[in-house]
Design a protein around this ligand. Structure first.
Ligand code: FNR
Length: 370
């Protein structure tokens, strides 16, 4: 293979390099994987309305997220167990994010602890959290993340139960024995059993709390001063409730199509959530972002930034830290080029008028002649 020229190419390399069980865990979606394909396809229903003859010799992609200045609106989503992809796992991701001047979100189910990730050096990091049955564990997680200098939390709300990923069931997915879920170490929860169905799903079913409600979100706010993002909102209804309950921001996410199949692509759900949030909190998106043009489209629909999941684990598998750096660099360059070719010099110049979507039908048709 010649030089890697886009983010998607890393998936094929990862497939070659990784054990089937690991690759399938990273790649797969729930059930029919309709939403998985849709997360990508939906971007092709949005076209550009570029503006011309604007001096684009200087492009500023910087932005401020929850008060933290970053180099571009492209951030790293939490993905579990990155050491299955590469021995340096989350360390490599943390270093690559810092080098790119952007934010990494560490998963609760990481194979490196918050302290270990912090030890890689300075960087703006968020911690993704699930509210587990045992609230003591949650409180310990929060305290450790705060002490390790993490700046915000992302509460994942779309996993009251694990989705049905059939590849994991077939493969009897389990964490390789030489790895542990490091944030659970010392909490007597660090190892998963090889179970009858999917080891991970059984494990998750044991720890995740099906009774979770907004009351628990309120409780989480009482035990930390960190801002809390709500990750996994897909409707205007829930966006409104999130704002009412003091969310610091909303992440429009369908968990990379790994939970409920046949939910819409996140880029299709984004606009209603943005409208419902009424500018009171920032709205972010993850799911299927593989191109700089995707980033631009999300921002044009009102997102304050996007997160990438699979591109990180696939590039980690292929080239470790260098791979993740390259993914961030490629997306950055593509996004910069998209801005230039659309006539936008800063993020604030990206507007809804720079795109036209399938659902803007009247605008696609010539005016009716009566
Ligand atoms: C995830 N995701 C996820 N989300 C979360 O809140 N906690 C987690 O531990 C994980 N773990 C995880 C593992 C793997 C392998 C994947 C692919 C995804 C979801 C993730 O944060 C994000 O929502 C999606 O990955 C975004 O979609 P793309 O970029 O993968 O298409």
């Amino acid at each position: 293979m010649g030089e890697i020229t886009n983010v998607t190419e890393y998936q094929a390399i990862a497939k070659q390099k990784l054990p089937k069980m690991v690759y399938d865990y990273y790649a797969s979606g729930a059930e029919d994987e309709w939403t998985l394909a849709e997360n990508r396809n939906a971007f092709s229903r949005i076209l550009f309305r570029p503006r011309i003859l604007i001096d684009v010799s200087r492009i500023d992609m910087t932005t401020t997220i929850l008060g933290f200045k970053i180099s571009m609106p492209i951030m790293i989503a939490p993905t579990a167990m990155q050491k299955m992809a590469h021995p340096e796992g989350e360390y490599a991701t943390a270093r690559a994010a810092s080098a790119a001047g952007t934010i990494m979100t560490l998963s609760s189910w990481a194979t490196s602890s918050v302290e270990e990730v912090a030890s890689t050096g300075p960087g703006i990091r968020f911690f993704q959290i699930y509210v587990f049955r045992d609230r003591n564990i949650v409180a310990q997680f929060v305290r450790r993340a705060e002490r390790a200098g993490f700046k915000a939390m992302a509460l994942t709300v779309d996993l009251p139960r694990g989705g049905r990923r059939e590849a994991d069931i077939k493969n009897r997915f389990t964490l390789p024995p030489f790895l542990t879920l490091k944030n659970f170490e010392g909490l007597d929860l660090g190892k998963m059993d090889k179970a009858d169905d999917s080891g991970l799903i059984s494990y998750a079913a044991g720890q995740t709390d099906r009774t979770l409600t907004w009351k628990d979100f309120k409780w989480l706010q009482t035990i930390t001063s960190m801002p809390i993002l709500v990750k996994g909102v897909l409707t205007a209804e829930d966006a409104r409730i999130a704002v009412q309950n003091g969310a610091a921001g909303i992440i429009v996410s369908n968990h990379g199509a790994r939970q409920l199949d046949y939910v819409p692509a996140t880029i299709m759900a984004l606009e209603e959530v943005v409208k419902a949030a009424q500018g009171r909190v920032p709205v972010f998106l993850d799911g299927g972002v593989r191109r700089g043009t995707d980033v631009f489209k999300a921002l044009a629909l009102g997102a304050s930034g996007i997160f990438i999941g699979r591109p990180v684990v696939f590039s980690l598998a292929a080239e470790g830290e260098a791979g993740v750096r390259k993914v961030l660099q490629m997306l950055r360059e593509e996004f910069e080029l998209t801005m230039a070719l659309s006539g936008c010099r800063s993020l604030s110049e990206i507007t809804r008028n720079h795109i036209v979507t399938d659902w803007d039908v009247p605008r696609l048709l010539p005016p009716a002649r009566l």
